[in-house]
Design a protein around this ligand. Structure first.
Ligand SMILES: *Cc1c(COP(=O)(O)O)cnc(C)c1O
Length: 379
């Protein structure tokens, strides 16, 4: 049996969690939270980092920071996870969905401008499969129309974008704000977990306040104010030290984890490249401006029936492959609010994209077996 995903443990998680428990500091914003913040900020050039209990929470913080209100419009891809959308819907925003690119499930950067109106407040690109959107194009639009950009970088740890200026920048360091996930299905995990990266300095102080239940507790502990109190709205967005300790073990091993995942990804790609041409529609496409963080290996099938046949064939051989998002513009919750604008590529990916198993402990033999099952299948 080859599962779709298996969370990888480096072996140090329990040790650091024990340490956190043993030192008696169990709530958030202690030693391990600080270690994670410093590491991520320095490695990827984020303005400021705040760990959260999920990427969903980080996105909700972003919507609060941007003061999204009823009637504001937020532009995002339809082919994404519900949390990208819910964070803004919770504040009363109207979502304006963009189609996917033809060659990639991420949003089509050239179809954004026509959707911008007086009411548009933000653009939320999703770096699908950890592969960069053409973020310079999006930032240029944001500057032109005075909009904010929140990168949904849930899948995008250790992935980069090189713009026309030739500078290679980490995903999540470019938009005004960015949200990451450490859910057990992502490359780097803490069970549930996430992070908000704050790159625009105007949001840094308030982000910390929203994070600490609307209080200036963090400033108090740094000795910047002599008492702390309720100064703004907020919630409990910060994870406990036990979670941060787990995450720290993962971050220490980030490079090893990434190398292994890339090895698996490349084995799939090399094994399936020749077969893919003709049999199915496509293998993952990495644009020139993007890097590959091996978050996901997927096939784009010719039609939904073909995808079903491949899922069945793999299942007969005890391999678990899964499809992904159902376009949000067709969801029971949003289809009436979306109107009748068609988004053909988002629909194609909803019907035809299939994700293959990819996790640290997957073996080379396992990948070869999957490749051979696919090659032998009647499609
Ligand atoms: C996983 C994911 C999320 C949600 O992350 P959580 O940490 O589970 O809240 C949001 N957006 C995208 C694109 C994701 O892949």
């Amino acid at each position: 049996m080859i599962p779709f995903n298996k969370p990888y443990l480096t072996g140090k998680e329990a040790h650091y969690m024990y340490d956190a428990v043993h030192t008696g500091k169990l709530s958030g914003n202690g030693k391990y939270t600080g270690l994670c913040h410093e590491f991520l900020k320095k490695k990827y050039g984020f303005g400021k980092c705040l760990l959260t209990t999920s990427c969903t929470d980080a996105l909700e913080m972003a919507a609060l920071l941007l003061d999204i209100k009823a009637g504001d419009e937020v532009i995002m891809p339809s082919y994404t996870f519900v949390s990208t959308a819910n964070a803004f819907v919770l504040r009363g925003a109207h979502l304006v969905f963009v189609d996917s690119r033809e060659d990639h499930p991420g949003m089509d950067e050239d179809k954004i401008e026509e959707l911008i109106t007086e009411k548009t407040k933000a653009i939320v690109p999703v770096h699908y499969a950890g592969v960069a959107c053409d973020i310079d194009k999006i930032m240029t639009l944001a500057t032109k129309y005075n909009l904010y950009v929140v990168e949904d970088a849930a899948q995008a740890i250790e992935s980069f974008y090189t713009g026309k200026d030739g500078v290679k920048r980490a995903l999540g360091s470019i938009g005004h704000l960015a949200a990451f996930s450490f859910h057990e299905t992502k490359n780097i995990i803490s069970g549930e977990g996430g992070m908000l990266a704050i790159n625009d300095p105007q949001f840094m102080e308030r982000a910390e306040i929203l994070w600490e239940k609307g209080t200036n507790r963090s400033a108090f502990f740094r000795g910047e104010v002599d008492k702390y109190g309720w100064v703004d709205v907020g919630s409990s967005f910060l994870p406990s030290e036990i979670i941060a300790a787990f995450l720290w073990a993962q971050l220490e091993n980030l490079q090893g984890i990434q190398e292994k995942r890339l090895e698996h990804w490349n084995q799939y790609y090399e094994g399936l490249n020749d077969w893919g041409a003709g049999k199915i529609l496509d293998l993952p496409h990495i644009p020139e401006f993007a890097t590959n963080n091996a978050h996901m290996f997927y096939l784009v099938c010719k039609e939904a029936d073909q995808r079903d046949r491949i899922i069945e064939k793999l299942k007969e051989h005890k391999v678990h492959a899964v499809f992904h998002y159902l376009s949000l513009h067709k969801s029971p919750f949003y289809k009436d609010k979306h109107g009748d604008r068609t988004l053909e590529h988002a629909d194609d990916y909803s019907e035809c994209l299939l994700r293959l198993p990819l996790f640290y402990e997957l073996k080379g033999e396992g990948i070869d077996r999957i490749i051979n099952i696919l090659k032998d299948a009647e499609l």
